[in-house]
Design a protein around this ligand. Structure first.
Ligand code: HSE
Length: 444
């Protein structure tokens, strides 16, 4: 009798909550690579069931009807399902399903940045208490493996500065406005047609999606859960073609960036999402289209820049599957996922506006009359801000003129005082437009 010493291949059955773009991509790539998983993991990974809103909808992956349900709970509770992918989006239902899966000893992988941003603290603790894994690589920057890089590859570093493009849709819009001179509304229409824009457009256009991701990166790098209300969040709606041209004249490009700065002398952390003029020599300034890019300034490694597709079916599925593989590996080899190693022993707290230094770009629509520029300069001087450059675009007779100013180094507190004065200054005809001038070397 021949006795085989080969153990039978174990099967891990995966339940996918939400079979939208990313869910279908995950299913597709798990199936396409089915022969590969036993070779690298010693187990088969089989997408087994998925929850959907509409059972009748046509889908690009072939799934038998008995594998679909409208009841996500039935998948979480199914004893045949070993692992859960939470890809339904939204916050409350996703939170409840995730906690329910943990309580049943099931690891969860997610792409849900809003959920982690709002409930990460609770969910990480619940996963740890339950001894299960919680993977969230796909929640930040789509296919770019930024979470793994931060918490594993760069573990010996501290990070005075992390910044980058964290929202593909807004980067697509800005790139086309800049390169083609197309209007915001025209490109937004195209972005909608291409399916880039979130159902709630404000998430992309007003910087909220990028802010969710910045909060997650701040936690990984500094161990602090910054409340979304404490994050400066500004979107791209006020960026005009004129601003993009003026930025080019200043040797810069305007990008919507997330910025996480830590001052190690007072342990203060500042998290912000806003448009910024970035010097052209920076890789992030040249990261275009739907791509994301993250620049990490590490205390040991120096500068590392990662760029790639930040959204979409295949790149995001790539990150989801990376987490699935990690969760399976770690649950087989050690009892839990690696701890977040960048959590510093010394607690940090949010920085105040006075502590956040920088230079600023201002565009003002003004009544073109004698002394107007002097009054504007006086508003700035009153709060101690010095102007670096001034340029005026003349308009036809009696029409308002556009004034573009840049400042010398000042801080967020003083510029907000100046802005208040400018808003109320006679002859200033609309709310001033303010962007930061990003200086990667001038980190306070
Ligand atoms: N709406 C997001 C973006 C998708 O445009 O980047 C990925 O979070």
């Amino acid at each position: 009798m021949t006795i085989s010493n080969k153990e039978p291949t174990k099967v891990i059955r995966i339940g996918i909550l939400g079979l939208g773009t990313v869910g279908q991509g995950t299913w597709k790539h798990l199936v396409c690579n089915a022969e590969f998983w036993p070779k690298i993991l010693g187990v088969e990974l089989i997408p087994t069931r998925a929850s959907v809103r509409n059972l009748e909808k046509e889908r690009e992956v072939s799934i038998e009807s008995h594998q679909l349900t409208t009841d996500s709970h039935s998948i979480v509770d199914d004893p045949n399902i070993d692992l859960i992918c939470e890809l339904i989006g939204g916050v409350e239902e996703a939170r409840e399903l995730t906690l329910r899966a943990f309580a049943q000893g099931k690891s969860v992988v997610t792409a849900n940045k809003a959920l982690i941003c709002e409930h990460g603290q609770e969910l990480f603790k619940a996963a740890e208490d339950a001894g299960v894994g919680y993977g969230f690589e796909a929640s930040v920057a789509g296919g770019i493996p930024i979470i793994k890089v931060l918490r594993e590859s760069l573990v010996s570093n501290e990070f005075p500065l992390i910044y980058g493009i964290l929202n593909g849709t807004s980067n697509y819009i800005l790139t086309r406005m800049e390169k083609e001179g197309a209007s915001f509304d025209q490109v937004l229409g195209d972005a909608r047609d291409l399916g880039y824009v979130e159902a709630d457009e404000a998430l992309d256009l007003d910087g909220v999606d990028a802010a969710h991701k910045a909060v997650i990166l701040a936690y990984l790098a500094h161990g602090i859960w910054v409340n979304l209300n404490e994050v400066t969040v500004e979107g791209i709606r006020r960026i005009s073609n004129q601003d993009l041209k003026a930025a080019e004249d200043l040797g810069c490009r305007i990008k919507l960036i997330g910025v996480i700065r830590r001052n190690f002398s007072n342990n203060h952390v500042a998290v912000a999402v806003h448009p910024a003029l970035i010097p052209l020599e920076e890789t992030i300034a040249r990261t275009d289209g739907v791509h994301n890019g993250v620049c990490l300034n590490g205390s040991v490694v120096g500068t590392v820049v990662l760029t790639g597709r930040g959204a979409g079916q295949d790149p995001t599925a790539s990150s989801v599957i990376s987490d699935l593989v990690d969760v399976v590996k770690h649950t087989r080899e050690i009892s839990s996922m690696p701890k977040l190693l960048h959590v510093s022993s010394s607690a940090c707290s949010p920085a105040s506006p006075e502590e956040i230094d920088g230079r600023f770009y201002l565009r003002l629509l003004v009544d073109d009359r004698p002394g107007q520029l002097a009054k504007i300069a006086e508003c700035m001087a009153d709060v101690g801000i010095s102007l670096a450059t001034v340029s005026q675009t003349p308009h036809e007779n009696n029409e308002p003129a556009s004034l573009i100013l840049t400042t010398h180094q000042t801080n967020e507190h003083l510029i907000s005082l100046a802005l208040e004065k400018l808003k109320n200054l006679p002859g200033v005809m609309e709310e001033p437009v303010l962007f930061r001038m990003f200086d990667p070397n001038g980190v306070s």
